[in-house]
Design a protein around this ligand. Structure first.
Ligand SMILES: [Fe+2]
Length: 358
């Protein structure tokens, strides 16, 4: 299967690169009747980073709460808030935060120029119009959201991304200083998203020399970050940022697999964040991903991280069913993992069995 991959065309990388943002944005300040909207994780409210955001004129910040995974109804309400602000044309949307905020920024950019609810655009290449210029600035690393063609959203009937050539950021700013204060568990869960991307990318029918090359290098970096005691935290942050970037590029050229399909079901029904949901699922997938799961267990122990277990004990049969239906619907992931005959390997019963181990 051949497909065209659109990647992020511009990347600014390096410690302190966030300080360049003000100068970069001057190119977008071409009209007195336009302004820039910053979507920022509300974790940074009243923190030093807030004061470093280069607001000018009618620019403003919309604080984003990421207690829940990104939702289509929230995208719609942010879009309406911006359109109803009376501040004129939006010349740029800047997302500053983890994967959820970056997904919101990508989705809002597209929805500012496409009519109706964002739930209408959950799928591949459904948006008709180019979005507003948008920049992604991650403050957590691992999801690859900074480089992906998808803004993952939970809608009224499904968890599925707005995916297409208008979704990727026009520019990303990768400043390792911005991830230096991430809480330990969150850093690990999100970092493992990159690790799992690489494992899944290299274990399926869509793998190819490009995806393998990115995944191999990203995996080397993940191991240096989570298994090497010698490197400094500063060096580790820089490597983790690149691991996330390359891991995202790898799945862009390949696909995710069993863990992500199961993880989507967990997030859709239980509202779990992507990183921790992946860790809960991957923790039980030794039969599929073998040694990689053993290595994951080793990293969990080394960093003294809590991976929730026995969550299935609290679930109703209806919840199991809904999770399994959500997971089973992600055909492209199963096809990648097991090939065209994937229905011979996976059915609702097997998926529920996996969930019962979690
Ligand atoms: Fe992921």
């Amino acid at each position: 299967m051949f497909r065209v991959i659109k990647s992020v065309p511009r990347c600014l990388f390096g410690k302190g690169s966030f300080n360049e943002l003000s100068g970069i944005l001057e190119n977008n300040r071409t009209s007195s009747n336009s302004h820039i909207v910053f979507l920022v994780d509300d974790f940074f409210k009243n923190k030093p980073l807030e004061k470093r955001i280069p607001l000018k004129g009618a620019d403003y910040i919309i604080w984003i709460n990421v207690d829940d995974e990104p939702k289509t109804k929230v995208v719609d309400s942010i879009r309406d808030q911006i359109k109803d602000s009376g501040k004129g044309m939006v010349s740029a949307v800047i997302g500053i935060g983890g994967g959820s905020v970056l997904d919101y920024a990508k989705a809002v950019s597209v929805m500012l120029t496409n009519e109706g609810s964002s739930s209408l655009y959950q799928g591949l290449n459904l948006a008709k119009n180019q979005g507003v210029y948008h920049i992604g600035i991650p403050t957590l690393s691992g999801t690859g959201a900074e480089v992906s063609m998808t803004a993952v959203l939970t809608g009224p009937v499904k968890k599925l991304g707005i995916k297409g050539e208008f979704t990727p950021f026009d520019l990303i700013v990768l400043d390792p200083e911005l991830i230096s204060e991430a809480p330990k568990n969150q850093r690990f869960y999100t970092g493992m998203d990159a690790y799992i991307h690489n494992v899944e990318s290299m274990d399926g029918m869509n793998r190819n020399s490009i995806s393998d090359s990115y995944a191999t290098q990203s995996q080397t970096l993940c191991r240096e970050v989570f298994l090497n005691d010698i490197i400094s935290r500063e060096e580790a942050d820089e490597k983790l940022m690149v691991a996330s970037y390359f891991g995202g590029l790898s799945i862009g050229h390949s696909e995710v697999g069993v863990c992500h399909a199961l993880s989507y079901g967990l997030s859709y029904v239980l509202g779990l964040h992507h990183g921790i949901a992946n860790c809960i699922a991957f923790n039980q997938l030794e039969e599929i991903y073998g040694k990689a799961v053993n290595e994951f267990h080793f990293m969990v122990e080394k960093h003294k991280i809590d991976i929730p277990t026995q969550i299935s004990k609290r679930l109703t049969p209806e919840q199991f069913d809904k999770m399994a239906v959500t997971a089973l619907g992600l055909e492209h992931m199963w096809r990648h993992a097991f090939g065209p005959e994937w229905p011979e390997h996976v059915n609702k019963e097997r998926i529920i069995e996996w969930y019962k181990r979690m």
